[in-house]
Design a protein around this ligand. Structure first.
Ligand SMILES: C[S@@+](CC[C@H](N)C(=O)[O-])C[C@H]1O[C@@H](n2cnc3c(N)ncnc32)[C@H](O)[C@@H]1O
Length: 308
């Protein structure tokens, strides 16, 4: 697992996060997606001497980077695992939670390392697990899944219109030989869909879908949003950066319900809904300068809410 030598990490929408972040420098904060620590380092530079920051990540490489940071800075601790271990982290630190940041999805080093199997541009084992020590790899899942389950995943998580044709071809191909490299899968998808549009590989949507499924990304997000609402102290803030419409929709619907705005079924008036969170402004997008510097920020959407 190598990292490109010239890799420079640019935390996405850092200025916008800091503008909306709580003002209590000696509070307790969680970075639920430590990654390579870009946001965490900026938060530590801002944090006061009595402040605490706990990082969470399920990726062993991210955890190794964070352990080095924890050895340098006693205000910081790292917790390996899925971010929906949030209540355990809060209990371990034992302080009221002032803020939580989630910068969702995969990190650039994960995408760029062929050995992790996330990239359809570089050949590697078809893995795609953020934590390679747990669960099934993409190759293991594709080797055993029913055709209709593969089609459903491609449709639901990738919004892939030709999901059935791709699933059919995967099932036919795996009878002939194992489908266990990224380029074998990317080539198979291209053979079904053709070359696609310029600048967008035809395998983009399917790779996104399989990655979301293998890592149970939307299940973990659903859990952590509920937990954040329950664990935050009153006035504490939740900041979420999403990178695709499925994640952002989930955050938006969670906030709608937490703000007591769930649509009422017709003819069946419900009691008034409790107001648990308050959105701080509308969803924000990265600015043109950041997008020019860091193209990955192009699809970022930031939502921030405060516990009431
Ligand atoms: C976009 S990167 C975060 C980058 C980070 N903000 C930075 O500045 O370096 C997302 C990170 O979150 C981790 N991650 C994604 N989903 C997770 C989950 N459900 N539980 C724990 N970690 C997760 C990934 O392993 C990855 O390291």
């Amino acid at each position: 697992m190598t990292q490109p030598e010239q890799y420079v990490h640019q935390p996405v929408m850092l200025d916008e996060v800091m503008q909306m972040w709580p003002t209590e420098r000696d509070g307790f904060y969680i970075d639920g997606t430590f990654g390579r620590g870009g946001h965490s380092r900026a938060l530590l530079a801002w944090l006061g001497p009595q402040g605490r920051l706990a990082g969470i990540d399920r990726d062993p490489q991210a955890v190794a980077t964070a352990e080095a940071l924890a050895a340098e800075d006693e205000r910081f601790s790292i917790h390996a695992g899925r971010f929906d271990c949030l209540p355990d982290v809060v209990a371990a630190v034992g302080r009221p939670l002032t803020g939580i940041l989630l910068d969702l999805g995969v990190s650039s080093p994960q995408l760029d390392d062929p050995a992790r199997g996330f990239s359809f541009l570089r050949d590697g084992p078809l893995d795609m697990r953020m934590d390679p020590s747990r669960g099934e790899s993409a190759a293991e899942w594709l080797a055993r899944a029913e055709e209709h389950d593969i089609a459903n995943v491609l449709y639901r998580y990738g919004e892939e219109k030709r999901s059935r044709a791709i699933a059919r071809r995967i099932v036919a191909e795996r009878e002939r030989q194992p489908l266990d490299t990224t380029l074998a899968l990317a080539g198979l998808i291209e053979s079904v869909l053709g070359r696609g549009q310029p600048g967008k590989h035809p395998a983009t949507r399917s790779f996104q879908a399989i990655r979301i499924h293998v890592n149970q990304e939307l299940e973990a997000l659903e859990q952590v949003l509920e937990q954040a609402q329950a664990c935050l102290a009153p006035g504490g803030r939740l900041a979420v950066i999403s990178f695709h419409s499925l994640e952002d929709r989930q955050v938006k619907l969670f906030l709608r319900d937490a703000e007591g705005r769930r649509p009422q079924p017709r003819g069946l008036p419900l009691p008034p809904q409790p107001v648990l969170m308050r959105s701080l402004g509308k969803a924000r997008l990265a600015g043109a300068d950041e997008i020019a510097r860091n193209p990955r920020s192009r699809s970022a959407v930031l939502r921030v809410a405060e516990k009431v």
